[in-house]
Design a protein around this ligand. Structure first.
Ligand code: DGJ
Length: 734
């Protein structure tokens, strides 16, 4: 993100305002930034700042807005010193001489055209100081997403401080605006929390340091027509593509004008920018849909899968068994091979060995030691990883492995060798995380970046058959200090940590584009679009209780596609939810709605559980393409307390779909709402086939029946859901 200034011409541009005059041909005009169905209208007056007039359905022009008497006076990127203080600033720079103002005027406009997108670039310049701000809007040609970000260049002689440097800002003038943001916690991620915007400022912030999707996540939906609806109403969605601390801010003025800002959290990171350097903010991805929350979600999913925002793209993920909840740290060769036998017998395709396989001087027996010592524990695995990759090959499955590369325990050889590599402040006691010994490595330090790269590089060069890596991160930044960063750059730590991480991930991807990497952080702590371009999927939650997963996966799907979402069948009774027991059929059906896997000790399964799991995997292979890469329609929300929850996926051609229905409450004389489908072709006739039928039962009466798309969408289906935790999966085909 830091780019050296190299262009002399630009220097001349910087000098012009110093002479007290704007260049004569400063840009003025109107730009319509268009995607297939949306438009963002911007304009500037001669010598003026950039203004935002409209964001919504395509076909609206500045002239129409003017004729309608719309208030068009909002700055596109309000700067402290340019706009009145009613509009909170998105940008504020402390100049070398103590001046705190920015008076930005548009100097030039440029349009860059690529195959996938058009990027509109507005170059703005401060009237007095040699600081320029470029504002970018990248509009995709085939997806309704506009990414916006800025580049701030410091051509002053001394460092400046970026006191606020939001990635983007939107002004919304509609009346009854609601927001839906993702609140949650470890094992209870992404609970969509909806509320109306009322007068004043609302801030959604995460300051964990390493992970930013527990507690509050960097995405928000904005419903413009009252309380949020899944399949109707105008919705703007926004996702900040950043893995570190962030702030999403709403400022409502007089209950009718709403301003939205998103960017790196400035409170913890007033960033010092050296002379002749440019800071590029993270991108803010925006979408608009007339089809409710589900419509905005589909836009994000499509963008993720087709525009490189999810490394996996349109590929589907393998069915896997992960060893964590089945064995925790009790790994050994025999148990690993036994688990491989089980997953291959079920029809799975990949086995992943989780935490507990490493450590020489300090073998990893629990979470108090060994992070950083990425060598095989010879007591547990006497024949090394070779024996495991060979065993996987012999069983016709792939092999994957867990690492937590950015972390170290005080009880480790790495910490003994390099105590200076951990984040810390000289003279202050270390605050210790997980296991009472965990610390975060200093990713601002290039030596640490090399070390992290080498962990992956060594594993993959020494074991070329490793097909999958689970990359975990289980500590927040509690020791705010870097021995690598100079004293007067400590406040850059939170940002430089993530720039260091991204640099390392880019290096890994340049060498290993094909390895599948799961993004995990104490469950779903790092499900964000800052990291997903380098990862193929994320671990949705450490809570695998199927009932709670209906809720967690629902919330996660607001922004993330099904092929990114790892959903595993758990064992029961389940400790995380007080020993809850849920039938295996329901557990399978919930896991089948994302990237299917299992997370248990197969040896403890009953015959019925084993049979159902095999049926589920066989059926899932037929449904996987539509589930993982189809268009999602959320039908009945588990949050609406209707007793059931339902969602479906439909392929682009509207020929095939998969419908999931879950009974999530059970009482006598319970009304079960009809399930009205969506996304089908009204004129086409579809056949329903029940999948993952409960072992020992026949498909229900709906299976084999034919209905028009119109009937399914307008009348809907009465679902046979009698018993507690009843659930149904249907394949729908035209
Ligand atoms: C946290 C992850 O979320 C779990 O799935 C597991 O990998 C543990 N870490 C291992 O320590």
């Amino acid at each position: 993100m830091i780019i050296e200034l190299y262009n002399m011409k630009r220097f001349i541009l910087f000098l012009l305002p110093l002479l007290g005059t704007l260049s004569a041909n400063a840009w003025s005009g109107e730009v319509a930034i268009e995607t297939p169905n949306t438009v963002l209208v911007l304009y500037a007056r001669e010598g003026g700042d950039l203004r935002m007039a409209y964001y919504g359905s395509r076909g609206v022009s500045l002239q129409e807005l003017r004729d309608a008497g719309a208030n068009l006076n909002s700055s596109a990127l309000p700067a402290f010193g340019t706009v009145d203080m009613v509009q909170l600033p998105a940008l504020q720079v402390l100049h070398a001489d103590g001046d705190l103002n920015l008076e930005l005027k548009v100097e030039s406009y440029e349009l860059k055209t690529e195959d996938a997108a058009k990027t509109h670039i507005f170059m703005m310049q401060d009237k007095l100081q040699p600081v320029t701000v470029k504002v970018f809007y990248k509009a995709y040609n085939k997806v309704d997403i506009i990414e916006t970000w800025t580049e701030i260049e410091n051509a002053e002689k001394k460092p400046v401080t970026l006191k606020r440097y939001d990635s983007g800002h939107l002004v919304l003038r509609q009346g009854e605006v609601w927001i839906t943001h993702m609140h949650g916690n470890w094992a209870a991620e992404t609970e969509p929390t909806s509320e109306p915007l009322t007068g004043g400022v609302k801030i959604i912030r995460n300051t964990d340091g390493t992970r930013n999707a527990h507690l509050d996540a960097p995405e928000v939906m904005v419903s413009l027509d009252g309380s949020p609806q899944e399949n109707s109403g105008r919705v703007i969605g926004a996702a900040l593509c950043w893995s570190g601390n962030f702030e999403l801010r709403f400022n409502t003025i007089s209950h009718k004008e709403h301003h939205f800002y998103a960017g790196i959290d400035p409170q913890s990171s007033e960033y010092v920018l050296d002379p002749r350097q440019t800071f590029e903010t993270p991108h803010l991805a925006l979408t608009f849909s007339n089809e409710g929350l589900s419509g905005a979600s589909r836009n994000f999913h499509r963008w993720a899968r087709t525009e490189g925002m999810l490394h996996r793209g349109m590929k589907t993920g393998d069915i896997l068994l992960n060893s964590w909840e089945g064995l925790y740290f009790n790994i050994d060769e025999a148990r690993m091979i036994a688990m491989m036998d089980d997953i291959s017998q079920f029809g799975g395709e990949l086995f992943v060995m989780d935490d507990g396989w490493f450590g020489d001087k300090y073998p990893r027996k629990d979470d108090t030691s060994s992070l950083g010592d990425w060598v095989v524990d010879k007591n547990k695995l006497p024949n090394g990883l070779d024996a495991l990759t060979k065993a996987a090959r012999e069983r016709g499955i792939k092999f994957g492995i867990w690492i937590e590369p950015e972390m170290v325990n005080t009880k480790s050889e790495l910490f003994e060798r390099h105590p200076e590599w951990v984040l810390q402040t000289k003279g202050r006691d270390l605050k210790l995380g997980r296991g009472g010994t965990q610390l975060v490595l200093d990713m601002t330090n290039p030596e640490v970046q090399d070390f992290v790269f080498k962990i992956v590089d060594d594993l993959l060069t020494q074991n070329p058959e490793i097909a999958y890596i689970k990359w975990d991160a289980n500590a927040s930044i509690q020791n705010f200090g870097s021995l690598y960063l100079p004293k007067n750059r400590q406040q850059n730590l939170y940002v430089d940590y993530h720039l260091g991480l991204l640099k390392t991930l880019k290096r890994i991807r340049a060498k290993y584009p094909d390895i599948v990497i799961q993004d995990c952080a104490s469950g779903g702590g790092r499900a964000n679009y800052g990291l997903l371009p380098y990862f193929d999927e994320f671990w949705t939650s450490d809570n695998t209780d199927a009932l709670q997963r209906v809720f967690i996966q629902w919330g996660t799907s607001l922004f993330f596609p099904a092929n990114a979402m790892a959903c595993h069948i758990n064992h029961c009774p389940y400790w995380n939810t007080g020993g809850r027991v849920i039938p295996i059929k329901f557990r399978c059906d919930v896991a089948m709605s994302g990237r299917l896997g299992i997370e248990l000790q197969p040896k403890d399964m009953t015959d019925e559980e084993r049979k159902q799991t095999s049926t589920c995997m066989a059926d899932y292979k037929q449904l996987r393409q539509v589930v993982q890469t189809g268009n999602l329609y959320r039908l009945i929300s588990p949050y609406d307390q209707k007793g059931i929850s339902s969602l479906m996926y439909v392929d682009d051609a509207r020929r095939q779909g998969v419908l999931f229905v879950y009974k999530i409450a059970n009482y006598y004389d319970q009304p079960i709402p009809r399930v009205r489908l969506a996304g089908l072709n009204p004129g086409a006739t579809y056949t329903l086939t029940e999948k993952n039928v409960r072992v020992g039962q026949k498909p229900c009466a709906l299976s084999g029946k034919r209905f028009t798309g119109r009937f399914l969408m307008e009348v809907g289906l009465e679902m046979p859901l009698r018993e507690e935790y009843a659930s149904r999966v249907f394949f729908i085909e035209n």
